[in-house]
Design a protein around this ligand. Structure first.
Ligand SMILES: [Zn+2]
Length: 167
């Protein structure tokens, strides 16, 4: 008779820590919701939780499009949360902005949410805006680089491709 209780206690001990280990940083979620149009949740797991995650061996982050949540790896979380800070390397801040924005466009309920090309193009096009929303600013480029971009679809033969152009 004592066995089921012991078993459920063990299950609770195993399940509870991993279910509560990740954080849901409000700043990252506020910025992501601008691009996801209010959809989804952005999670930052602990290093231990991320290392146990099946996705950590082949990516910086992922989005579960069925359950509408994004998991950012610790390198990406630290980068996105450290935008504008002197304590986080610039490459890591840039990575954080780009990956957060990319995943937000996977969360967004639009027809191209599973299209990597379209999603990445939107992330690049919104990079400057996302950087500012996260509290950072980009130096004005020396050359006449456009500050606004848009994504367009072109067709070469039968395969469509996504291009980024100045707006
Ligand atoms: Zn993607």
């Amino acid at each position: 008779m004592g066995e089921p209780i012991l078993l459920s206690l063990v299950v609770a001990l195993v399940v509870v820590p991993s279910a509560t280990a990740y954080e849901v940083p409000s700043r990252l979620n506020e910025v992501a919701r601008v691009y996801s149009l209010g959809v989804g949740e952005v999670r930052c797991p602990s290093r231990a939780e991320w290392d146990e995650d099946w996705a950590s061996s082949f990516g910086w982050a992922y989005t579960n499009v069925r359950e509408d949540y994004t998991v950012l790896g610790p390198v990406v979380c630290t980068g996105a949360l450290g935008v504008g800070s002197a304590d986080v390397p610039a490459w890591q801040q840039a990575l954080g902005v780009l990956v957060l924005t990319h995943e937000a466009f996977h969360l967004r309920h639009w027809r191209f949410r599973r299209n990597e090309g379209k999603v990445e193009c939107q992330a690049i096009a919104n990079f400057r805006d996302a950087t500012q929303r996260l509290g950072g600013r980009l130096r004005k480029p020396r050359t006449s680089t456009p500050t606004r971009w848009r994504c367009t679809t072109t067709r070469s033969g039968s395969s469509p491709s996504t291009e980024i152009r100045s707006a």
